[in-house]
Design a protein around this ligand. Structure first.
Ligand code: PLP
Length: 402
């Protein structure tokens, strides 16, 4: 059997494994250390009552002859698709058709799978630092060349740093696909409509596709910041958009998401909506009925109110981190429209050295920026997903050692 050597030779999933290893070793040697974790990208607030009620009700239905549901519609139940369109798009003046919404079990699977739409030699650009799934999924398909000194030889990197205000430059050469994630993981920054429009215009001129990951859109607090790329004219001709209930409503363990593939998206005479539908219908058998009912309850008036309270809770944590570090003279970015705070390491310290310093001196765990790409070196990510008490304690400890 000839194996996929692209997959076999992929660099190990080094970042979180390495973090876990260092924390484990330190904890074993220092059993009394009370280690606080501000590295996690997972939510901690429980599912809200409106969602739990819908989940239980749907589970009960499944145990009755009338309410039982077997395989569902390939792309999601009508009640969820309509709720998504009515709540997430119509109020923003965006027209999305029913058959442009594809419900799935996660934005991670969607952003990983959708590279199957691209030709084997399609050229790819990502912002740097970046959510690693965009890079690794294309590397597995053999599109990125060789991994040399921490960089893929055929991948175009769009560096985002304090100097350019974390606004990615346009690619300096034509590429087929650009991945954009806003609000951004890991930097916590956002793009204005004008900044995003430059990418849309560029993609239209260059016959390129934008994959827009809006997994953190629930954290946007300024009505002027786009919640969807389709708020930009022309985006339906050049962009797919991936959204998720994970961070919006605590579905990281429950699993539900959706991707928008507009019918206007046509490359080489082929409709991406048609071929994505063909791909999903072949390889994916849908999200379970109770989970889709639970997701639809996110859009009920109670669900919206209850989930907003959770988002507010994480926002309050982010503020504690941001303002605490700023008071200690640290340069911080993000954390206003996102659960992530991206900080400059003191004196440009290498991000893994800063990781070790925080772990050993403050017993606080964060994520070294370098793990998200070469332009992440000299930066460090903290997350707002812990409890308020632990977040305050962690920030106090960081300030003390600095
Ligand atoms: N996209 C980004 C940018 C993320 O950071 C994450 C999770 O951390 C995901 C997608 C995954 O979303 P899901 O839980 O829907 O798979």
């Amino acid at each position: 059997m000839k194996i996929n050597t692209n997959l076999a030779t992929l660099p190990a999933g080094y970042l979180f494994a390495e973090i876990a290893k260092r924390v484990k070793e330190y904890a074993a040697k220092n059993p009394d250390a009370d280690i606080l974790r501000l590295g996690i990208g997972d939510v901690t607030r429980p599912l809200v009552p409106a969602v739990v009620d819908a989940l239980k009700k749907a589970a009960d239905e499944m145990g009755t002859p009338e309410g039982f549901h077997g395989y569902g519609p390939d792309f999601g139940y009508d009640f969820l698709i309509n709720a998504i369109i009515d709540a997430d798009y119509t109020p923003r003046g965006v027209k999305i058709d029913f058959d442009e919404v594809f419900v799935s079990d996660g934005a991670k699977s969607d952003v990983g799978n959708l590279q199957e739409l691209f030709g084997a030699d399609a050229s790819i650009a990502v912002t740097d630092p970046v959510y690693p799934v965009y890079v690794d999924s294309n590397a597995m398909a053999g599109r990125l060349g060789q991994y040399v000194n921490g960089k893929w030889t055929k991948l175009t990197y769009l560096p985002c740093n304090a100097e350019n205000g974390f606004v990615p430059p346009l690619p300096d050469k034509r590429v087929d696909v650009v991945y954009l994630c806003y609000p951004n993981n890991p930097t916590g920054t956002v793009l204005t409509k004008a900044q995003l429009k430059k990418f849309v215009d560029w993609a239209l001129e260059n016959d390129a596709l934008i994959v827009y990951d809006a997994a953190y859109k629930a954290f946007i607090t300024d009505p002027e910041i786009p919640l969807s790329i389709y708020e930009i004219p022309g985006a339906k001709q050049c962009a797919m958009e991936c959204c998720s209930f994970s961070k919006t409503a605590g579905f990281t363990g429950t699993r539900c998401a959706y991707t928008i593939v507009p019918k206007e998206l046509v490359f080489d005479g082929v409709s991406l909506n048609r071929i994505w539908g063909r791909r999903q219908a072949t390889k994916f058998n849908g999200v379970s009925y109770p989970i889709q009912r639970a997701a639809a309850a996110v859009y009920s008036p109670e669900g919206m109110k209850q989930n907003q309270a959770n988002i507010d809770y994480y926002h309050a944590n982010a503020k504690v981190i941001r303002e605490g570090l700023q008071s200690a003279g640290i340069r911080v970015f993000g954390g206003v429209h996102a659960p992530y705070i991206w900080m400059k390491t003191p004196n440009n310290m290498p991000s893994w050295d800063f990781f070790d310093l925080l772990l050993t001196q403050a017993h606080v765990v964060g994520t070294p920026g370098e793990g998200f790409g070469p332009a992440g070196e000299g930066y460090f990510r903290l997350t707002a997903f812990n409890t308020l008490e632990k977040t305050k304690e962690a920030v106090n400890r960081i300030i003390r050692i600095l």
